[in-house]
Design a protein around this ligand. Sequence first.
Ligand SMILES: Nc1ncnc2c1ncn2[C@@H]1O[C@H](COP(=O)(O)OP(=O)(O)OP(=O)(O)O)[C@@H](O)[C@H]1O
Length: 381
Amino acid sequence: MIEAVGLTKSYGSKTAVYNLTFGVQPGKVTGFLGPNGAGKSTTMRMILGLDQPSAGTVTIGGYPYRQLPNAPRQVGALLDANAKHGGRTARAHLLCLAQLSGIPARRVDEVLGVVGLQDVAGKRSKGFSLGMGQRLGMAAALLGDPQVLLFDEPVNGLDPEGILWVRNLMRRLAAEGRTVFVSSHLMSEMAQTADHLIVIGRGQLMADLPVRDFIRQNSTDFARVRTPDGETEQRETLVKALTGAGAQVTPEPDGALKVIGLELPRISDLAHESGTRLWELSPHQASLEEAYMRMTQGAVDYRSTSDQRSGLGQSPPAPAPGTVPVPPQPYAQQPFAAPPQPAAQPPGATLALGVQAVPAQAPPAAPPNPTTATPSTEDAR
Ligand SMILES: Nc1ncnc2c1ncn2[C@@H]1O[C@H](COP(=O)(O)OP(=O)(O)OP(=O)(O)O)[C@@H](O)[C@H]1O
């Protein structure tokens, strides 16, 4: 079990992590999510004793990492797959690590087999692909057969097969009763791999909840409805009928309508009563990726300032023939009960996320201030 209490880390005037309190349980995969610069790696480094907290504590099985007896046998980590001597073979790299930690040499071939690198064990790692490097990093993490495992972005750069392999490995390690803590940006991947999620933004805790609760609370059901292409009047009649019945109706880029707040049979009845023909009426669920993006949108440090096409002298593409030009905002002829929309919150506000969200706590009146909006230029790494 990993336990962080009031964990805080400042680099000069920059607060990378502020007052984080959470626990990571054994027997589960716990996903650690947050946008770029949210503080995930900093937190992991503090867990592993590589960085000293400015305040608060973090322990593994009740001990700070540096006080763990025989730490490499208890905790394994993959923080940076490039952290290896490229001139050494995969086997020599692992052998070296094993010797430093008093791990028997025979374990090296075992872990090479676990990660599927047995056939290239004698090759120098500088010639390895990104995926092979990640596998070697995992082998190093598994070397001491530890009960606690930390992986920082383990699927970075992996192909779909590699991603599936990592997913299965994580699940297997957790099923063996180990504590598995995995950072990622990829909500969709974590939704399939993790049992529990810890989400941070700008160094502060945003959510700490089981994945199934995240799914239940953040996936909004909606219907897609489509009237015959080009028949604008039919479309407007239907929008009026739907909003009049309390639905939130938003145009989709392809000319369909996204309808929230009404069951499919009711939409069908309203279309019939208003004399509208339908080309499509289908049930949908908002993706978790979308829910995660909404949750963290107020905590993103690095955001593009312009359309990526600007500067190329190109205008946005014209609508495809047959599609109906659509306004960007929801239709609102009639008042309707909109679902709760998370918004960027000032520090100290409770995040209105529809999840079992954690109140964002205001940092002390004086700096450190983890909510600085400008990207940091202080990264000393
Ligand atoms: N050694 C350091 N010196 C100064 N600033 C640092 C240092 N390490 C991290 N930071 C800053 O702390 C913040 C958190 O960084 P961190 O790498 O922990 O985020 P992250 O969530 O892991 O980001 P990413 O997903 O991009 O890897 C960033 O603003 C970063 O620039």
